[in-house]
Write a protein that binds this ligand. Structure first.
Ligand code: GDG
Length: 472
């Protein structure tokens, strides 16, 4: 089996279970192939300390059989590549928020410079039959930069966030450059069929790509395979976490503390894509229109800090704080607070117990690539007395999790009605919906995701041709 080389913005030690997400997903295949994981170290070097654009010291650690290689970035590169282009342009546009994108600031140069730096540093570490898997929007042009340096190995790309329709993408100055970069890959993977369809339409209308059938597209003298690979969670691992002492202790504590109430839970990074103010308004509407829930329903909202240096994130923080304050002020009683809002990171082992103690989960993003919280909530439930998932139809997860109560988070009244339905749902219906959802997330778990992507990549036809990839 070929060695797997993973490249993502950040690198995690797959031996540490707290790493979660991608690390859990990739641990098996990285371990069994003695793989390598390459990315930014998280360290920023100031100019006064010798940090120079396009340069960065490399560090190597051995994590069991897996080699972790990380690069430092100088302040200027961090600002333009990470804060600027990745999170100030690509993140908002790919989440349909053109209004929040900052196109004019000239960040693209830094984005490209860091992708070139990654390519230059990575190339000498590669072996001939490596399989390379690049992750997410920070690194879209990386394969093109590697190809320009002569890299011929198979390279796959997975986009963790949504891909918007062509006309939204076309608003990005130089979007054709990004699109062309996707054709340097052998396989590009998306979270959902609707993202895949946007890619297909974009490739046809903007790149005049030829549809070769079986998910293959030809343009720029290359063939790229494109597919939907909805990411999952490690259901067994999450359930084991629920049964571990910390998970049980959390469950017991929450059920004791809220024995006279019905708990609702939300767990999100504090990001404008997650629809937190809309969710709060829907909860306020629930208390207003269905007063029987007053003194009874309590919403615990964990909003873990994220990208606080970007302005749009400070705005959302203030909006959320003010909404929570006004709901508690207007509806709270001496012995009941409607909203418990926590702006801190909660330790991962505690999450399953919290999910399990909750009657309803509110997963209502305005747009989301997938949303793993929806899957974690289902995995953590007691099948004999499960809670109900209220899920935004704009989360990638909604394509698979059709037995959730699907809502349009922009429609505050309809969302409040759905939350009320969820709180009242009879046991039998809760069980039936939960059983169907659990079967889906078990079938399409993270191992399925990883294996099906790598399997498709290994079958993608070889592109080693006489035509060298021209620098973008
Ligand atoms: C991107 C895409 C896609 C959250 N707060 C805490 C905490 N979390 C954990 C959750 C979950 C993860 O973070 C969040 O995953 P999501 O999928 O909800 O969202 P993003 O971070 O935006 O991830 C998304 C994902 O990539 C994977 O492809 O699904 O659409 O946007 O695991 O549990 N974990 C801990 N404390 C917290 O306070 N420990």
């Amino acid at each position: 089996m070929s060695r797997l080389v993973v490249i993502s913005n950040r690198v995690a030690d797959p031996r540490k279970s707290a790493a979660g997400g991608l690390a859990v997903a990739l641990a098996d295949v990285l371990n069994s192939t003695g793989g390598m994981w390459f990315g930014w170290s998280g360290k920023i070097i100031e100019a006064a300390d010798g940090g120079k654009p396009g340069e960065g010291e490399m560090h190597t650690h051995q994590a069991g059989p897996v080699k972790l290689v990380t690069l430092d970035l100088c302040r200027e590169d961090y600002k333009s590549y990470y804060e600027g282009y990745s999170n100030g342009v690509l993140w908002p546009v790919f989440h349909y928020r053109l209004d929040l994108a900052d196109f004019d600031a000239g960040y693209i140069g830094g984005y490209r410079r860091v992708n070139q730096l990654f390519a230059r540093k990575l190339l000498p570490l590669l072996q001939e039959d490596d399989v390379i898997w690049i992750h997410d929007y920070h690194l879209i042009p990386l394969a093109a930069e590697l190809r320009a340096l002569g890299c011929t190995q198979r390279i796959g790309f997975f986009l963790h966030i949504p891909l918007p329709p062509p006309l939204i993408l076309a608003a990005i100055p130089g979007h054709d450059w990004l699109l062309r970069a996707l054709f340097a890959y052998d396989l590009v993977g998306f979270q959902s069929h609707s993202d895949l369809e946007h890619f297909a339409r974009y490739a046809q209308t903007e790149a005049f790509a030829q549809n070769l059938g079986d998910g293959r597209w030809r343009a720029f003298n290359r063939t790229v395979h494109a597919g939907a690979f909805p990411i999952g969670i490690d259901v067994e691992e999450f359930q084991a976490l629920a049964d571990a002492p910390e998970g049980r202790e959390m469950f017991d504590r929450m059920t004791r503390e809220y024995s006279r109430r019905q708990l609702l839970v939300g767990v999100d990074r504090l990001d404008y894509s997650k629809g937190l103010p809309h969710r709060m308004r829907a909860f306020r509407e629930l208390l207003q229109s269905y007063p029987e829930n007053r003194k009874k329903a309590t919403l615990i909202q964990i909003a873990s800090p994220s990208r606080e240096e970007v302005d749009a994130y400070t705005d959302i923080l203030h909006e959320l704080e003010s909404l929570c304050g006004s709901i508690n002020g207007n509806y709270g009683e001496l012995d009941w607070m409607p909203v418990r809002y926590i702006h801190r990171n909660v330790a991962r082992p505690k999450l399953p117990g919290l999910y399990r103690a909750s009657r309803v989960a509110l997963v209502t993003p305005l747009r989301d690539g997938m949303n793993l919280v929806a899957k974690e909530f289902v995995a953590a439930q007691d099948p004999a007395d499960p809670g109900v998932l209220v899920l935004s139809r704009f989360a990638g997860a909604a394509e698979q999790m059709t037995e959730a109560l699907l809502v349009n988070p922009y429609d505050i009244e309809a969302t409040a009605n759905a939350i009320n339905l969820a709180l009242q749902m009879p046991l039998e219906e809760r069980r039936a919906r939960h059983a169907a959802l659990l079967a889906t997330i078990r079938k399409f778990d993270v191992h399925w995701w990883c294996n099906s992507f790598l399997d498709t990549l290994s079958k993608a036809e070889s592109q080693v041709s006489g035509t060298p990839w021209l620098r973008l």
